[in-house]
Design a protein around this ligand. Structure first.
Ligand SMILES: [Zn+2]
Ligand SMILES: [Zn+2]
Length: 117
């Protein structure tokens, strides 16, 4: 284990919408795959409008209503942005940030938060 060493940000190789599950499936350059609920992703929108200007870590802000993901846009070579069904589109999600958010069992082995629906 090499804690403290920041590896290169993983590259996103595929972003696929799973409309039936209201999820976004992300595939990474190391072969890792994670599926993110739209509401989860929307709640972690890192834009200043959602997070304020505190500069701290991105907090989960539950969206007012369920959202659908309408469009995915790649930003440069390092991030993607989303157009949500509530019209919001200013969040830039860096690949490394998305990877940290990965809710899969492998990344979050201890599900202490429970599954709040
Ligand atoms: Zn936002
Ligand atoms: Zn994961």
């Amino acid at each position: 284990m090499t804690q403290g060493i920041q590896p290169e940000e993983p590259q996103l190789t595929e972003a696929r919408r799973l409309p039936a599950q209201s999820r976004l499936q992300l595939t990474w350059s190391d072969g890792h795959v994670g599926a993110y609920d739209y509401t989860y992703l929307r709640g972690f929108c890192p834009c200043a409008g959602c997070q304020g200007h505190g500069g701290g870590p991105v907090q989960f802000k539950p969206p007012a209503a369920d959202v659908q993901l309408q469009h995915i846009e790649v930003v440069g070579n390092y991030a993607i942005s989303f157009l949500w069904s509530d019209g919001h589109a200013t969040g830039i999600y860096r690949f490394g940030f998305l990877r940290e958010l990965c809710p899969c069992r492998e990344c979050c082995p201890e599900e202490e938060l429970g599954d709040s629906k």
